[in-house]
Design a protein around this ligand. Sequence first.
Ligand code: UT7
Length: 323
Amino acid sequence: MTRSVVLGCGSYLPSRILTNADLARKVDTSDEWIVQRTGIRERRIAAPSERTSDLALAAARAALADGQVDPQSIDLIVLATSTPDNTFPATAVSVQAGLGITHGAAFDLQAVCSGFIFALAAADGFLKNGGFKRALVIGAETFSRIIDWSDRATCVLFGDGAGAVVLEAVPQNGTGTDRGILTAHLRSDGRYRDKLFVDGGPSSTGTTGHLRMEGREVFKYAVAMITDVIVDAFAATGYTAADVDWFVPHQANKRIIEGSAQKLGIAPEKIVITVDKHGNTSAASIPLALSVAVKDGRIKSGDLILLEAMGGGFTWGAILMRW
Ligand code: UT7
């Protein structure tokens, strides 16, 4: 059977660092509160001239270089973002043009913080169907543009960044020892759409709007939703928490990540955590974390990797893959 195998992985972070101390000078908060409640110490903020497509293009180039992949061999680009350059066209076509690609297809996908999981699963489906051979899957965000910087409950949580992977359709044996995406599980439940949303948009207010969140409510559901969908991924493959080499979760809150790992029985030393340095970069957080753990030598070819995310919608999902 065909599996979607990772050829390369890369990321891009804007150079400006915003620390908790910087934020404490703007709103009524403290480094102690932010670290204790979230694990976040600093986040990156895009320069005024930097758009989501600029971050995405830099991450895409890094992933292509990492895999020694010729951009002209890419025939599909799926970009997960909730902060596109424009309402349309898709930010993905700017990346496509930036790479000088004029064949194949490029489109955006929006599932907020679960966006990268949804985009990986979508690309996996396209590659398995045989219509495409090599895909760039990107998560890129400039959440700094939709943050209400006077709201201490949300402005301390988010950051900007981008990450990308290159996937290739490769014939495999069809067993759990295959490389590539082994199983993907996606969920959503729109009853919770007003727990985490942006209060603007083209067909409602005609404005971009700002992020609004009932943080405590999101927190309440997060661990149960995350662990449920991971249990589905284990059931589909026969693997268990003990088989996982690296747990690379969406980076929203260290307490949610550690709570989920503990409930599932995943050892703390197997968790890749970047929320301290990046904050919550929504759809970009998983490929950013993957990129960090590949670069520092933790993630190696053949490792069993567990990805999960949960966010606005609510949307949530998990993927088990062999690197
Ligand atoms: O990626 C998408 C998914 N999003 C998430 O996963 C976010 C989920 N939620 C969370 O991570 C947490 O709920 C937060 C980090 C947002 C908040 O942590 P919490 O422990 O749930 O705090 P809380 O909202 O219950 O607020 C506790 C107190 C409140 O004061 P009172 O009412 O107890 O007097 C808040 O006003 O902390 C106050 N507070 C702050 N204090 C200092 C809220 N934000 C801040 C702040 N600095 N930045």
